[in-house]
Design a protein. Sequence first.
Length: 292
Amino acid sequence: MPVVDASWEEWLSSNVARGCSIDSMVDAMVQAGFATEAARAEVHKAFGRDPADAAARVSAATEAALAKSAPRTYQYDESPVARGNVIRAHDRDVRVLMRCERPQVIVFADVLSPDECNEMIERSRHRLKRSTIVNPDTGKEDVIRNRTSEGIWYQRGEDAFIEKMDRRIASLMNWPVENGEGLQILHYGTTGEYRPHFDYFPPDQAGSAVHTAQGGQRVATLVIYLNDVPDGGETIFPEAGMSVAATQGGAVYFRYMNGQRQLDPLTLHGGAPVLGGDKWIMTKWMRERAYG
Ligand code: PD2
Ligand code: ZN
């Protein structure tokens, strides 16, 4: 069983200060290998033994911090993606089809050639597993009904082809290749969908700390479409009233963490139900710092 060392002390006090619930913190510790009673005792100790008093102290401290801090609405600073209608991304020219400033979304064409898309699909077809999602309370990967797709992960740079993809995407997103998670391939059959969600780890949920411990928060996503979807399957941004059709080799980029580490709630997004045929995508998530 793990012990409460300095990094756990730091985790406990920062989660108390952020206003995480006792149950979500206990769940996260149990998930990390602590016995339930030991986890409960440590969390209560961190809350100063009396959760009611502690909650009052936390909310007063939070109010004070907020009063001092910068405006709470998301500040749109400049995206790292290059300007222009065509962007040289490592070894390929990528066309820009659309840019939106609030939320920060860019639609691209020709990120991958049709041959490269087909190669990614054929490599992945036999390795698919039912997709999981991060449980917000525990940080554990759960299979849930909100995401009806199958997927696989590739390690960053695991072979020459994957490395070329990683480098091209990092160059297009203008973010260090070392900060990228491994590529994920997802396959949705007809009716498959991914209900609206955020790609960042919500800071007020204790389970998020498990995921941000390495590499920090996610800052931006690139979803690349590997096939033309005959009907449905758009990537939707319900808060922005926007949708992006899935066309082979095209992609949608969205950025949700700015230089002040604020997170943009307008980047709520989902994969609309596939109404005809199937849908293959490849996703890259970028972190604040080196990952893996
Ligand atoms: O399949 C999509 O269009 C989609 C939508 C929302 C993918 C993701 N999110 C994702 O992989 O995070
Ligand atoms: Zn997503």
